[in-house]
Design a protein around this ligand. Structure first.
Ligand code: ZN
Length: 230
């Protein structure tokens, strides 16, 4: 078995966009048959498909992908297995399943939600992180927190009636704000997490192209060199 595990969904013209974001548009500008060469133009946000959010996604003046050094996106990762009996939003007690998670650079939550990818059900009722869990994760100097679901916050994530709850107002996207505000990036729309070990760290490589943007598509790869021995 190859030691590399691909944790990304392929980007295709049918890649779904987050609800409310414009749909991905793929155009053919030239083809080998007609023009002698192929040239494509794709229009999409960087949040369609497997991607990484940088602090600039929610923080004015926050770090963009290009502001972060590439070596930051290589490191040790731990997997936390979420079971159907864990009721979202997930609380900080779930971290007890990986006692040494604070030594890692990446913490990935395996919920199994990626099985719904490509269906409308993918964006409905997916597991999310509580504020308390985000606050706990924000203290450890992680590079990124990852989920095999569309987002770490529910959709929609707006205060339905701010006037009804003014003290304090409910800030939308709390897990995004807490984690990105602490410099912790977010890996969203991951897949393939079933191939990863529970209870022992593994290497993860998730280097995005250097782009002056708030997020970028990425193809995270887990490295399991001794996977033949298991
Ligand atoms: Zn995103």
């Amino acid at each position: 078995m190859a030691p590399w595990i691909d944790l990304s969904h392929p980007l295709t013209p049918g890649t779904p966009s987050y609800p409310g974001d414009p749909p991905l548009e793929a155009r053919t500008l030239a083809s080998v048959e007609a023009d002698g060469y192929a040239l494509a133009e794709w229009r999409a946000t960087f949040h369609a498909g497997t991607h990484i959010d940088a602090p600039a996604h929610f923080m004015a003046g926050g770090a963009r992908i290009s502001d972060l050094p590439p070596e930051r996106f290589v490191g040790d990762a731990v997997l936390i297995a979420v079971t159907p009996s864990d009721r979202p939003p997930l609380g900080p007690e779930i971290l007890e399943r990986a006692p040494r998670w604070e030594d890692a650079n990446f913490v990935l939550f395996r919920t199994g939600w990626s099985d719904r990818y490509g269906t409308p059900a993918y964006f409905e009722g997916f597991p999310t992180l509580s504020e308390a869990l985000a606050e706990r994760l924000a203290c450890a100097g992680l590079t990124a927190v990852g989920v095999d679901a569309p987002s770490v916050d529910p959709h929609p994530s707006v205060d339905p009636d701010p006037s009804a709850n003014p003290h304090p107002p409910v800030a939308p996207y709390p897990a995004h704000r807490i984690l990105l505000g602490a410099g912790v990036c977010l890996l969203e729309n991951l897949t393939g997490l079933r191939a990863l070990p529970e209870g022992r760290p593994f290497r993860l490589l998730a280097v995005p192209p250097s782009i002056e943007a708030e997020a970028m598509w990425v193809r995270p790869m887990a490295w399991l060199p001794d996977s033949d021995d298991r």
